[in-house]
Write a protein that binds this ligand. Structure first.
Ligand SMILES: C[S@@+](CC[C@H](N)C(=O)[O-])C[C@H]1O[C@@H](n2cnc3c(N)ncnc32)[C@H](O)[C@@H]1O
Length: 211
């Protein structure tokens, strides 16, 4: 938890309690349903919570915005972001139902009200639009963009100055040159190590593709 407080100072008591509760909840649920690699569970706050919150360090969302977490697995990046942005609605989507069971159990246990879940492949969602799609470790950028573009809402001129235009924001690692070229997009790229100078974030990036 210290690593979170090293980079974020302004949490409310509720947010602090919610963040602190994640450790025991994920340790417990991960025994039943594997959502985090066993070698990483001891580094939950750095490798999962802080990694997810890099999106919040780089981008603001406005109250009332809607965000779809594409392939949320056990809840990353959506759960830490939903704690960080309590006024923003997060729709957690995964094609494996039991992973959403973990998301729902964690959200209920910490009283997170701004989360909904949907068991589906994201390509099947045709009836809803979202201001942003966030995603980590799901698919090549080409596919993420192909799936996201139709469900991202049109540009909203009412947003605050530091809030990005609607788009896809995803967490990626390694050499991205070929993946970006094959995606046909020109993402804005943030090196997470510039936000959080910890060795773990070497070669980890936030990619933002505005619609
Ligand atoms: C490696 S896991 C990552 C989970 C989580 N985002 C994280 O970083 O911990 C990839 C997840 O994406 C889901 N997934 C892959 N393709 C999907 C699709 N087209 N629609 C919905 N979920 C998908 C899988 O079921 C899996 O839970």
């Amino acid at each position: 938890m210290e690593i979170i407080l090293k980079y974020f100072a302004d949490f409310t008591d509720t947010q602090l309690k919610q963040l602190e509760a994640l450790d025991a909840l994920y340790k417990d649920w991960n025994e039943k349903i594997n959502v985090i690699s066993r070698k990483d569970i001891g580094s939950l706050y750095e490798r999962h919570v802080l990694h997810s919150l890099s999106i919040a360090a780089a981008y603001n969302f406005d109250a009332g915005n809607t965000v779809l977490d594409l392939g949320c697995g056990g809840g990353f990046p959506g759960i830490p972001l939903a704690i960080f942005f309590p006024e923003v609605q997060f729709h957690m989507v995964d094609s494996i139902a039991k992973k959403l069971k973990v998301v729902e159990a964690v959200a209920n246990a910490i009283g997170l009200k701004n989360i909904t879940t949907q068991h589906t492949r994201v390509e099947a969602i045709k009836d809803k639009k979202f201001d942003y799609v966030v995603s980590r470790a799901v698919a090549p950028l080409k596919d993420l963009w192909r799936w996201s573009k139709p469900i991202i809402s049109k540009n909203n001129a009412q947003r605050s100055e530091d809030t990005p235009a609607p788009g896809l924001i995803c967490l990626k690692g390694g050499d991205l040159a070929l993946e970006i070229q094959q995606s046909g997009t020109r993402p804005y790229i943030t090196s997470i190590i510039d936000l959080f100078p910890e060795p773990y974030f070497e070669e980890k990036y936030i990619l933002y593709v505005p619609k």
